[in-house]
Design a protein around this ligand. Sequence first.
Ligand SMILES: Nc1ncnc2c1ncn2[C@@H]1O[C@H](COP(=O)(O)OP(=O)(O)OP(=O)(O)O)[C@@H](O)[C@H]1O
Ligand SMILES: [Mg+2]
Length: 339
Amino acid sequence: MALFGRSKSLVGLDIGTSAVKAVELTRKGDRLVISGIGTAEIQAAEQLPDAVRAALQAGGIRARRCASAVSGRSVIIRQVPMAPMSDGELRQALEYEADKYIPFDVNEVQIDAHRLVTTADSAGQIKVLLVAVKKNLIDDHLAVLRAAGLSPRLVDVDVFALANAFELRNLAMGIEDDGVRALIDIGASKTSLCIMRGSKGLFQREIYLAGNDMTDAVAKRFGEDACDVERMKREPGGALESMQDAILGVIDDLASEIRLSFDYFDNQFEQTVQEAYLSGGSGYLSGLDTLLGQALGLPVRIWDPTEGLEVEGEGSGKLHGANSDLTVALGLASRLRAA
Ligand SMILES: Nc1ncnc2c1ncn2[C@@H]1O[C@H](COP(=O)(O)OP(=O)(O)OP(=O)(O)O)[C@@H](O)[C@H]1O
Ligand SMILES: [Mg+2]
């Protein structure tokens, strides 16, 4: 693909609801090395370009070519059963049938599709992944990137970037098993769920329950405002237990939604999720892995997506904490591999 030219570096830029995360990867021989990590809080939607610039600056990131992602309710991801056919026929068939699956005017969306499972099932059908994104969401997103002085090369969707980060991890660590694992990335406004078999993402979904709902639950319990709760989530001190107790309801609701998806997956692919990898800023919440594991009834481990990767100038403070909030940004930057 000539998408990136022979560029040496690419910025993966994750513009979340609460923070911008930027990771720069640089090609060193046949390896990809992390050459910059920067994050910045988002104060207001009008200030998005400033937050992007701040994240780049915080990471000492000089590359301007970027891969970024959109997400949310203007992004539709569907698994569609189709008869086996050629690429051209598939595209045509989907254009014709898209309105069956997409709750928007098909003229307002950009559609992408690829084959998820190519061997036909007993009904003679294959599984096709249909992705539709509202064009105005992409336009607004590109405008922010350009206003921040970046040169956008690719716009992905958060859940797919999550899967790419896991693939990069497996490559970096030489892991080649076919285990079925769930990636659960809990952000501020949403949780991205991706079920992987080995390094391949087979099921993707967004659930609109996440850190903000936990903040609201704690705020209600303690009668505090959201800003104070945000501080408390980061440094709970003696309030940890009562804070965990306050968010149990949110965790249970989230676990029910996740379990519904596990059941669907089980049904569709006849395989059971064995363990889950937890990431996203909310993954930092003390004890969340244990609580979610109990609610789901399977092992949940915190995932540091930089695990196994080399960091240029290590010790310069680039890595922070478990780096769990960097999954999407890193997965986006990993597209440098295709350059
Ligand atoms: N150290 C921490 N301890 C506990 N919670 C934290 C910590 N740091 C961030 N969070 C929480 O993580 C959430 C933000 O996570 P993240 O940066 O992954 O979200 P986002 O990408 O901005 O949002 P989204 O993906 O939903 O659009 C917030 O709800 C915040 O309160
Ligand atoms: Mg996010």
